[in-house]
Design a protein around this ligand. Structure first.
Ligand code: CU
Length: 149
């Protein structure tokens, strides 16, 4: 029985790594600001669905999308975000994003916040993935190093 338990634990942690997270960042806030966005690129090896997000720094965390309502761009919560196998899904300003609301403290540049992704695989099994997300004032620019020339 013990062997079985260990095996299950190992499978569980292997699954947690199934979604690769790249370039995660959260936007720094100014004094009094109660909401901000977090952005990243998610790639799943197998079809997976992002079903929830949470962070201890935010009272409420949701996955949002930007959509046109008439001629106004608005954001709204989505129930989940499908991560098709092998396809990178980008969460970025102006598109899908993680919305952190009811912030318990200002997010200061160059700090790191914990963020938990809850994902569900094709079999309906949920797992959590813990991230450490750097706080920045703007998206990390891969081209930035050329600015010194
Ligand atoms: Cu939003």
């Amino acid at each position: 029985m013990l062997t079985t338990a260990i095996l299950l634990t190992c499978l569980g942690s292997a699954w947690a790594q199934n979604v690769e997270v790249q370039g995660a960042w959260a936007r720094a806030t100014v004094q009094g600001q109660k909401a901000t966005g977090a952005f990243m690129t998610l790639s799943a090896k197998e079809a997976t669905r992002l079903v929830a997000v949470s962070s201890p720094v935010a009272g409420v965390a949701e996955v949002h999308e930007m959509a046109m309502e008439g001629d106004v761009m608005r954001m709204r919560p989505v129930a989940g975000l499908d991560l098709p196998a092998g396809k990178a899904i980008e969460l970025k300003p102006g598109g899908y994003h993680v919305m952190l609301m009811d912030l318990k403290l200002p997010l200061q540049k160059d700090t790191v916040i914990p963020l938990t992704l809850t994902v569900r695989n094709a079999k309906g099994v949920e797992s959590k993935q813990e991230l450490k997300v750097p706080v920045k004032t703007a998206a990390p620019m891969p081209m930035g190093e050329h600015m010194g020339h």
